[in-house]
Design a protein around this ligand. Sequence first.
Ligand code: NI
Length: 250
Amino acid sequence: MFIDTHCHLEKKYYDDIYKVIEDNRKANIDKIVVSGCEKEEIKEVIEYAKKYDDVYLTLGFHPEYADSVTKEDIIWLKEIVSNNKKIIGIGEIGLDYYYSKENREKQIILFRNMLELAKEFNLPVVIHSREATKDTIDILKEFKLKGIIHCFSGSLETAREYIKMGYYLGIGGVVTFKNSNLRETLKELSLDNIVLETDSPYLAPTPLRGTVNSSKNIPLIAEELTKIYSVSIAEVSSKTISNTKVIFNI
Ligand code: NI
C-alpha cells in the first residue's frame, strides 16, 4: 500500500478521472493527496474529494499566481478551508524564482499569507521552492509549521536544514532519472525523512519518463528507494506511510 502525498488531478490532464482513481486502487495506492493551486483548479478538485473517499486535498495559491491573487481570493480560500474536512494541508505554496524573480516581493507576500492560513487552521504545508532556497528557509523558520518539501531535489546541506526544521522530503520521479544527483543525496539521509509523491501529471518516473504521470506509478519510485536503502518494498511502504501520517491526519 502507498500514499501519493502530492499530485494534480484535473480534466485538462486526464480524459477520465474515474479511470485514474480506479487504476490507482488496482496499483495498491491507498490514498492520494491532490493539490489545488488556483481558483478553478480548487473548485474542480473539491468535487473529486467529495466523490472519492481516497482523495484528500491540500489547497493554496501557488507562487505562479502571485501577481493575480487578490485579498478577496484569500478570504474565499479561507472560507473553503474552514468548511471541508478533506482539506488536510495548505499547498502547494512557496517561492519560484525560476518562473519569475521580478515579482519576488509579491511572491513573498502571498507565501506569508498562505503560511498564516496554515497556522490559523493548524494545518501542515506543502512547499514548492525553486531557485529560492534561502528565502524559503528564512520564511519557514519564522512560522514553525510542519510539512513536506515537495519535489525535493536540492543539496544534502539543504535537505539537512529542512529536516532539522521538522520537514519531510517529498520524493518523486526525479529520483529515478539517470542524470539526477538525488540518489547520492538520499544515501546520506534516512527513509525516516521521506514521503512519496508523483507530482502527476508531471515527472513520470523511468521507464515512463515523458508520459502522462499518475499516482499508480508510485511503486516505481518506491522501487528506487529499495535500492538506495537496501530494504524491501514492504519497508518502504510502511515507513513512508507512517511518515505521511505524522504530517497528515489520514
Ligand atoms: Ni505540484
